[in-house]
Design a protein around this ligand. Structure first.
Ligand code: AP5
Ligand code: MG
Ligand code: ZN
Length: 214
């Protein structure tokens, strides 16, 4: 199963990808997570990406396409994958088609988690992530049992540097300008499904799975 999870910043892509990994046992490929790992390691890519990410802009297509191509050719992707946060521009979508053609595979489905803009800033600003295992929480919508401590592993929680109202404004603008056109792009291909992302997390998961196991 080759899946693409789309949706604006804070829509719930990472949260839902974690559930789909449990259900279908295929790797979760998040370009945002890969970039944050590079920032943490302090690589040249990480240094360049950090400036762009902190401002809420998009990292260049060339860099992102290179990273994804390398990742998709790894052995674990032979059983399928969940792409999250890529493609984000028409150029990236065209590059993905080419990569998949070379690999002799096709996208099974493009799932767009739809959440209205007015909800997204609250989701991002309230997001907390575990330093140790990467689990995602929300102070209001998905709180941990103990404040600041991960339920899964007891790790400390942190807030992403780009999860503030100001940067979110830029991330949402980048989404509108560069990523929203991909809805029509994949509608034309005929593999596009929209999911109502305003429902509680477990309901959204149920809907995603029901589309996939049909
Ligand atoms: P990336 O990490 O991909 O960020 P994003 O697209 O902005 O999406 P988020 O990770 O913020 O949100 P999400 O949809 O995963 O939501 P989550 O599940 O965490 O990219 C970061 C940056 O990297 C970009 O800005 C860009 O600079 C760069 N980048 C990455 N990919 C790139 C590319 N392809 N090209 C160029 N640049 C790229 O949920 C959010 C919160 O809401 C959580 O707190 C969660 O608990 C809560 N929540 C989730 N679902 C629900 C629900 N149903 N109800 C209530 N709360 C919910
Ligand atoms: Mg995410
Ligand atoms: Zn944890």
């Amino acid at each position: 199963m080759q899946l693409l999870l789309m949706g604006p910043p804070g829509a719930g892509k990472g949260t839902q990808a974690a559930e789909l990994v449990k259900k279908f046992d295929i790797p979760h490929i998040s370009t945002g997570d890969m970039l944050r790992a590079a920032v943490k390691e302090g690589t040249e890519l990480g240094k360049q990406a950090k400036v762009v990410m902190d401002a809420g802009g998009l990292v260049s297509d060339e860099i992102i396409i290179g990273i994804v191509k390398e990742r998709l050719t790894k052995d674990d992707c032979k059983k399928g994958f969940i792409l999250d946060g890529f493609p984000r521009t028409v150029e990236q979508a065209d590059a993905l088609s080419k990569i998949l053609e070379e690999l002799g595979i096709k996208l099974t489905r493009v799932l767009n988690i739809h959440v209205p803009a007015e909800d997204l800033i609250e989701r991002a600003v309230g997001r907390r992530i575990c330093k140790k295992c990467g689990a995602t929480y929300h102070v209001k919508f998905n709180p941990t049992q103990k404040d600041g401590i991960c339920d899964n592993c007891g790790g400390d929680l942190y807030q992403r540097g780009d999860d503030n109202a100001e940067t979110m404004g830029n991330r949402l603008a980048a989404y509108e300008k560069s990523t929203r056109p991909l809805i029509e792009y994949y509608q034309k291909v005929g593999i596009y499904t929209e999911i109502d992302g305003r429902k509680p997390i477990d309901k959204v998961t149920e809907e995603l799975i029901s589309v996939l196991v049909k």
